[in-house]
Structure formats: C-alpha cells, structure tokens
Design a protein around this ligand. Structure first.
Ligand SMILES: [Zn+2]
Length: 400
C-alpha cells in the first residue's frame, strides 16, 4: 500500500465515527479567519506577510511529500480555510482517500522554483481525485489523465474520480471562506467535469461559473496531472496592495463589490469635462485594475482630444480580463474600425466561450470591423475560439 493509502487509513481510524453532518474534526488546526496576514502585489511578483500554514495532515487532506520537504505550505488564512472546508465537504459526502495538496507558497511568499505564480499565498496546486477502474477510491498520486479520463501513466489502472473532483470544484465555487478566481486544468478534463455536473443535474448557473473559471492559458503546462487553483484577494488585502492579476467575476461579490465602490468614486472624474482629470482618473483605474470601469472609460474612446482617446485605449487594454472581455467586445462594435480591431485582437483571446458570437461574425464578415476588408490576424484568433469552444453548446444549451 502506498504511503498515501496508509495515511488515509490511519486518518479514517483517527476520525472514526465522528464523520457526520455536524463533523467539526477538520476545524482542529484550522487557522482562524481573522489571522493577521496580507497578500501583497501580483501573484507573479508579490509577497505574503504573516501567512499561515496548511497543516501537513488533516482528517480530509494531506500534503504531498515534496511540498512538505520544501515547506511551501504557506498561504493566506482564507485560502487555507477554504481548502480545508471544501476537503471536509467532499470527505463527508464521499468517503475515500484524502485530498492531496501540492505547492502553496513559501514562508513570506515570493518566487518558488517551477512556478511563475504562487508568490502571494493565493495559489495552490492539487492532485486530481483518483479511482480504480472498478470505482474504488485510490490515492491521488499526481497521475496524468487523458481526455477519456483514464490514467496515462498507469494505463488500465486508474481513472478520474469525477464525483469527488466535481464535488470539490462545487465546494470551492460556493466557499464562504474565499472567492475563486481560476481553476487551471486541461481542456479534456474540464469537459469531463462539466458533463458530469450536467449529468447529475447541477444548476446551469453553477456549470456556467465553473466553465468560465476552468481554463488552460496559452502559457500554461498541460495540467493533466494537477489543478492550479487561485483565489481572489480579500477586499482588505486589495486595499492593502493585493492585485488580483486576472478576472474578478461578477459573482465574487466581495471583491467585485470593492471594485465597484472604487469605480463609483472615480466615475465623476472619468466623465469630467476636464481632459486632465479624465486622464488622471484613468491612470488610477489602470494601476489599481478597476476592471469594472470598462464602460466609464469607453466614453473617452470618442473624446475630441487624441491624448484622452489614447489613454482610454491603453486603460481598457490594461483592465481587460476573462471576466470583462465580452463587455470590451460589445464596446468595440460601436467604434471606428482601427480602434475596434485593436480592442478585439486584445479581448477576443481572453473572452473564451463568451467570444463565440464575435468570432462567428468575424469569420462570416458580418462584424462591422471586417465588413469592408478582411483581417487575417483577427480571423486566425476567431477560428481558434470557434474550434476551442465548439463543444460548449452541448453542455450549456442556453449559451455561455
Ligand atoms: Zn501551480
């Protein structure tokens, strides 16, 4: 038996019969929600002040050996708590092997080898839950899984445990402890998880959110043997200098609310008659990544002064993320062709399935930006979106 299997048995024995809906065993060693820590800066070049450690063992999780040895077990209290609560939810609903956690951050944050991010205590890698082909829970040993869910590195032995992998995603999506930003995973595994969610009758809104958060950016490794999960800054951390470094989803009510409060404060200046006031406000929008201000800034794309128009274009490019790219694409339809093309080229690859309509319009040349002349670069980007997301209507019939 592997170490992990043994760990699980010992853990189950320790927890014994206390498993039940009111189980609180995972609260032991859970850091308090108000533990003092600040996640500062961007996940690629930030730090973690006063973070907390995920315990190496819990009733429902274990940390993989290499991570323990490196002591890359530090994170914000809200990431640690959300992982422990979600692992407990999964463990209570589906008995079996524990949740296997990989790299978090090092003490104090900053760069770790092998990963570009993991700087600020908001990133974590975890192994896919695994089962045998007979459906018995098996240790999650960073097996690689193919698009059919079978293990690639141990052929004929394991497959993805879809029930538990999905249960964990759902628990993180609904987490009261932290707001989820990304689940970086292979497209083949994403499809299997979403199909599973649909098959068990999960509500469409939940499948839709999971679809938007699960992605494999072009720079990322295949992620067929682990998931990279990132949570958003807490609003308190954001005010102290935490930068999300990616999408803030509208359903992430705390962080989205903080951005909206900031946008409302800046709104009078963004619409000011004084060009200098507009430009100054746009600088704040860009530097603080007030991503909800796309429409406010877009007004300046038609300003009479070139410097204001230029600032607006640069600001929108700086704040375009996977969460607001479809708004940028809508704005682009109303603009002169040159500016529209630049915004579409920037926003379309980020829009994912939300860019399908724009991609189709570019390919059949019904989009105003290409109706007079084709644009080979935009067409290539549009084709990529169409081929990447052609399966989505089968899972989300009402559209993404
Ligand atoms: Zn990672």
């Amino acid at each position: 038996m592997s170490t992990l299997g043994l760990t699980a048995l010992v853990t189950m024995a320790t927890v014994g019969l206390s498993l039940g809906p009111s189980d609180t065993s995972n609260n032991v060693n859970m850091p308090p929600a108000n533990a003092k820590s600040v996640s500062i800066g961007h996940p690629y070049y930030g730090k973690l002040v006063g973070g907390v450690q995920l315990p190496v063992e819990g009733p429902y999780h274990t940390i993989q050996r290499s991570t323990r040895a490196r002591r890359w077990t530090w994170a914000t209290p809200y990431l640690v708590r959300s992982l422990m609560v979600a692992a407990r939810d999964v463990g209570l609903a589906h008995a079996g092997e524990p949740f296997v956690v990989g790299n978090l951050s090092k003490k104090g944050g900053g760069d770790i080898k092998m990963s570009r991010s993991h700087n600020t205590g908001r990133d974590v890698d975890y192994a896919y839950w695994t089962e045998t082909l007979q459906g018995e829970s098996a240790p999650s040993a960073y097996h690689r899984f193919g698009d059919n869910g079978r293990s690639l590195d141990a052929p004929g032995r394991y497959r993805l445990d879809l029930a538990r992998n999905w249960a964990f995603v759902r628990a993180m999506l609904n987490s009261p402890e932290a707001e989820l930003q990304y689940l970086i995973t292979s497209p083949g595994i994403e499809k299997q998880l979403l199909r599973h969610a649909q098959a068990i009758g999960e509500p469409a809104y939940l499948i839709h959110r999971a679809e938007r958060m699960m992605m494999l950016p072009s720079w990322a490794k295949p992620h067929d043997n682990h998931v990279h999960l990132r949570v958003l800054c807490s609003p308190e951390d954001w005010h102290a200098g935490c930068r999300n470094g990616g999408p803030v989803w509208p359903w992430a009510v705390q962080m989205y609310g903080a951005l909206e409060a900031e946008r409302k404060k800046l709104s009078p200046a963004l619409h000011s008659d004084d060009p200098k006031a507009r430009i100054a406000a746009m600088k704040v929008v860009a530097s603080r990544r007030v991503d909800t201000a796309v429409m406010d800034v877009a007004e300046s794309l038609a300003h009479e002064q070139a410097s204001v128009r230029r600032a607006a274009l640069n600001t929108i490019k700086a704040i375009t993320t996977e969460a607001n790219a479809h708004t940028v694409l809508k704005v682009a339809r109303l603009l002169n062709i040159q500016i529209a093309k630049r915004l579409i080229a920037h926003a379309l690859p980020l829009a994912g399935a939300q860019g399908l309509d724009t991609a189709r319009a570019i390919c059949d040349r019904s989009h105003p930006a290409v109706s007079e002349r084709r644009d080979a670069d935009l067409e290539r980007k549009a084709q990529r979106i169409l081929s990447q997301y052609d399966w989505i209507s089968a899972i989300l019939p009402g559209g993404p």
